[in-house]
Design a protein around this ligand. Sequence first.
Ligand code: 8YV
Length: 324
Amino acid sequence: MSPTPRILVTRRWPQAVERVLAERFDVVLNETDVPMSADQLSQALRDFDAVLPTVSDRLPASLFEGGAVRTRILGNYGVGYNHIDVAAAKAANIVVTNTPGVLTDCTADIAMTLLLAVARRAGEGERQIRAGEWTGWRPTHMIGAKVTGKRLGIIGFGRIGKAMAKRCHFGFDMEVVFYNRSRVDVAEAARYGARQLDTVDEVLEAADFVSLHCPGGGENRHLINAERLAKMKKGAYLVNTARGDVVDEPALIEALKNGVIKGAGLDVFEAEPNVPAGLRALENVVLLPHLGSATEETRVAMGIKVVDNITAFFDGREPPDRVV
Ligand code: 8YV
């Protein structure tokens, strides 16, 4: 029998899944729960059979170079994996897996939360009450934008984009248009009450709310830049629960300050956990600390998926969620 694989978990997981992992593998936990440095991750690739990273770990090509890599699989705890240079991992003969499906609903729920919160000025209202500054009801107090019946534009019609379309169309009577790199069957789109448009720009021009659900990195970096923000309606809102780098943050700050768009709801940022002071100073934004998948049920389900993937791999089976 081959020895029990040595596994590194780079951040602390819900206890229930850490226990399942420990039953099956020789597990080392990063007890500090502080993100690991490039040097630590590089060493980990030389010391462990599997490394289980998260979005807070950076695994660029340089980490996989130089030989002597022991790691055979990266079981990413999350669906997005643009923090891993998958081409370099592949070249180093390392399998990469992710956790699709289990965080779809909760991420769409957070997108919905942001959309409603920014349109109805929930963050501002909260701050006003906590500061003891609410002077009472009046007809013109903190007027927001109606959500029901408006037009939603989705960029990226994958699992989470579809879940967002479903919520907005069936729950809020919204017309939904979307952009997706590949063609989506008309009948499939209609199941979510949505209609495909040909370009990102067409979606931006048409929508009252734009919600981003595409992967980060690569050609999507700064997909939403100053030029694209200028194509949005003046009264429109942007919601980002995808990846911070899809939006050019300085351009967004300018657009929000100058009334190019009305507001934004953001769960992700370019250089997390650093959120630009320019964004934090604005009232017309709702800012969340990357909470998309942050529910007990989902974080446990994500861990179980990682366990299933690495178990399959070390049993000599195909991991169900292999990305390379
Ligand atoms: C995860 C996410 O919590 O899965 C993703 O891609 O963005 C988050 O919801 C995070 O990535 C954990 O690694």
